[in-house]
Every structure is written in structure tokens, then in C-alpha cells.
Design a protein around this ligand. Structure first.
Ligand SMILES: Nc1ncnc2c1ncn2[C@@H]1O[C@H](COP(=O)(O)OP(=O)(O)O)[C@@H](O)[C@H]1O
Ligand SMILES: N[C@@H](CCOP(=O)(O)O)C(=O)O
Length: 329
């Protein structure tokens, strides 16, 4: 490691030889009625390691999701995001080795782009001189700006359940610990839906009655999630986005409807098409896993069985993204 050097009178460079490693959870946003504001972190993790090279090369060691399709140049989301961080902090990039082990599926509503942005910001921030490093509130602000909404990035940074909002001063978020009985079950279809496309399906305005009903459910959901999980089914009812997007994910819409009819708190995870269900305890979680597999195998509901589902019983991640630097700066 050669330490921090000056490339011009104005720009510093990150410490060559140092490696920052970030482990970042995936997230499930909206949780039904919390469009663009609520999200929770789940126990699926991407790992990103960035090494600052002495040469100007960009090297990529990618594995897992997106290995065939992600760019291997400065247009890679991680590199673009790190460049922006360093520009804002008065640094310039030289060469980098980007090693990414991607577990989060892309375009499925589990916040892969948000987690990649958070990991990149945290890695870039950890590689500048300690005096230039920024706090988590700064990370939240920049990540929300880049993602366009805070509901995925906040739980990816802080873990647990995040309630996020925006005002003149910027984005902010409160961390809420879930009741220990809450278990997320993800049903991930083998089809992708870009968040951008799903956002384009939303109307510019909604009826006041829907907005009012949605506010009540969002408030109820926070009580259900933190104190009374028997109310999760009522608390996860959404009026603002799921119906408008259903035609882009008919199998997911059918699965949500069927699980809710059977009494389980199912909703579209983020912009979809993953279906997330919040179980109240292990017994209900096992029942939900069994039931989704059964519906997927039965010919009686072709909208559901026409899709191939990967069903995962998860946990709520309580800690959020973690970064380590070797050797330490
Ligand atoms: N780990 C990653 N590294 C680089 N780019 C990523 C990564 N994860 C996601 N992306 C980019 O984000 C896109 C998916 O974003 P989006 O449509 O918002 O879906 P998601 O719900 O998974 O966030 C991918 O197609 C890819 O371009
Ligand atoms: N509130 C956003 C959430 C998008 O989440 P993602 O995991 O699909 O990126 C929306 O509903 O558009």
C-alpha cells in the first residue's frame, strides 16, 4: 500500500493496494401499502470487494447473477457509482479490481440495483482518507438519489425494517425492529421485470378514497410488524401500485391473491415479480413454502403453475451492510 497521493493540486486518489469488502443484504420494498417508503432487509447477500490497483486497468471478477450480461467497463453500476462518490469527495479513480459475488437475482423485486449502489458507495467511502469519510446519513442521501427512491437502499444500509421519507433537506429513514416471529418467505419467479418498466405502469393520480385506505393500512402494518403479527394480513393490503402493475406479472398477481385468500400476508416484493409473504412464526412459514410449491405443481391454477418458482424461507437481516478495509487505512 502506497498511501494517499495527490494527482493534481485538487484531486486525491484512494490508497493503492487497499481492498474494501462490503456484504450487503437484499431488500423487499413497499411491503404492500408502503410504496416508495417501507422496506425490509432479507438474509440474501451480495459480496463486493474493491481493490485499488497501481495500474490504470479496470479488472472484473464477477460470479453469480448477471455474470453473462453485466458490463466489464466503467459503465458497470458499481464503477459508475464509485466514480460519483469519489468525484463528490474530491478524489479521482485510477485502476480497480472489482470482485463481485452476486446472489441477489436481477429485476425480480429484491433490490439488486439498490444493494449494488449501497455496496459501491460504502466501498468507495471506506477507501478515502479517514478525514474525508462520510457517515451513513450521507450514504442514504446519495444512494436514494441514485436509486430514485429510498425504500430499498435504507434497509440495505441499516437492516431490519426501514420507514423512509423525503423533505427539503433530503432523504431520511427510521429503523424499526420487527417482531421476532416475523419470517419472510420469497417466491422468486424465473422471469425478470425491470423496475423502470413497472414504475411506468403507475397512474399520475389515484382516487382520494384509495389514498385514505392505503394510509390506514400502512400505519397498521407498522404496528403489525413490530408488535402484533396477527394483523399482518390486514396491514399488507395495498391500494396504490399492485393492481396497476398486475398485467406485467399475472402469475405473481394470481399467487398473491390466492395466498391472501387463504389468510397469508402476501404482497408483491418491490416492483415485482417476486411474491413475498410475511409469516407469523415457523409453522406458518413452513405451511406457506409447502402451499406455494403445491400451487406451482397443480394444474388447477395455470397462471401460477405456468411460472417456475424458487421458494426461499428467509430471515429479516437486522444489521444491514457491513464494510471492512484491508489493510486498514
Ligand atoms: N450487483 C450488480 N452489479 C451491477 N449491476 C447490477 C447489480 N445488481 C443489479 N444491477 C443492475 O440493475 C438492474 C436491475 O435493477 P432493477 O430493474 O431495479 O431490479 P431490482 O429489483 O433487482 O433492483 C440489472 O439489470 C443491472 O443492470
Ligand atoms: N418502491 C419501488 C420499489 C422497487 O423495488 P425493486 O426491488 O423492484 O427495485 C417501486 O415499487 O417501484
Amino acid at each position: 500500500m502506497t498511501g494517499l497521493t495527490m494527482t493534481s493540486p485538487l484531486l486525491k486518489t484512494p490508497a493503492t493496494g487497499a481492498t474494501a469488502t462490503v456484504r450487503v443484504p437484499g431488500t423487499s420494498a413497499n411491503l404492500g401499502p408502503g410504496f416508495d417508503s417501507l422496506g425490509l432487509a432479507v438474509s440474501l447477500y451480495d459480496t463486493l470487494s474493491i481493490t485499488v490497483l497501481e495500474t490504470p486497468a479496470l479488472e472484473f471478477e464477477l460470479s453469480g447473477e448477471g455474470v453473462e450480461s453485466l458490463p466489464r467497463d466503467a459503465s458497470h453500476l458499481v464503477v459508475k457509482t464509485m466514480d460519483l462518490v469519489w468525484e463528490r469527495l474530491g478524489y479521482s479513480r485510477g485502476g480497480l479490481r472489482v470482485s463481485a459475488s452476486n446472489v441477489l437475482p436481477h429485476g425480480r423485486g429484491l433490490g439488486s440495483s439498490a444493494s449494488a449502489i449501497v455496496a459501491a458507495i460504502m466501498a468507495a467511502n471506506a477507501l478515502v482518507a479517514p478525514a474525508d469519510q462520510q457517515d451513513d446519513a450521507w450514504v442514504l442521501q446519495l444512494a436514494s438519489e441514485l436509486e430514485g427512491h429510498p425504500d430499498n437502499v435504507a434497509p440495505a444500509i441499516f437492516g431490519a425494517v426501514a420507514v423512509s421519507w423525503q423533505e427539503a433537506a433530503g432523504f431520511a429513514s427510521a429503523k424499526v425492529m420487527p417482531h421476532a416471529g416475523v419470517i419472510p418467505v420469497a417466491a422468486i419467479p424465473d422471469v425478470e421485470l425491470k423496475t423502470e418498466r413497472a414504475r411506468g405502469m403507475l397512474p399520475a393520480t389515484v382516487p382520494h378514497a384509495d389514498a385514505a385506505a392505503n394510509s390506514g393500512r400502512a400505519a397498521l402494518l407498522m404496528h403489525a410488524l413490530s408488535a402484533e403479527p396477527t394483523l399482518l394480513l390486514a396491514g399488507t393490503r395495498d391500494y396504490l401500485h399492485q393492481d396497476y402493475r398486475a398485467e406485467a406479472m399475472p402469475g405473481s398477481a394470481a399467487l398473491v391473491a390466492q395466498l391472501r385468500q387463504e389468510g397469508h400476508a402476501a404482497f408483491i416484493s418491490g416492483a415485482g415479480p417476486t411474491v413475498m409473504t410475511l409469516a407469523n412464526g415457523v409453522e406458518e412459514a413452513e405451511l406457506i413454502v409447502h402451499r406455494i410449491n403445491e400451487l406451482g405443481a397443480s394444474t388447477s391454477m395455470p397462471a401460477i403453475s405456468g411460472v417456475s418458482w424458487r421458494v426461499l424461507r428467509l430471515q429479516v437481516d437486522l444489521e444491514g451492510a457491513k464494510v471492512e478495509v484491508h489493510p486498514s487505512l
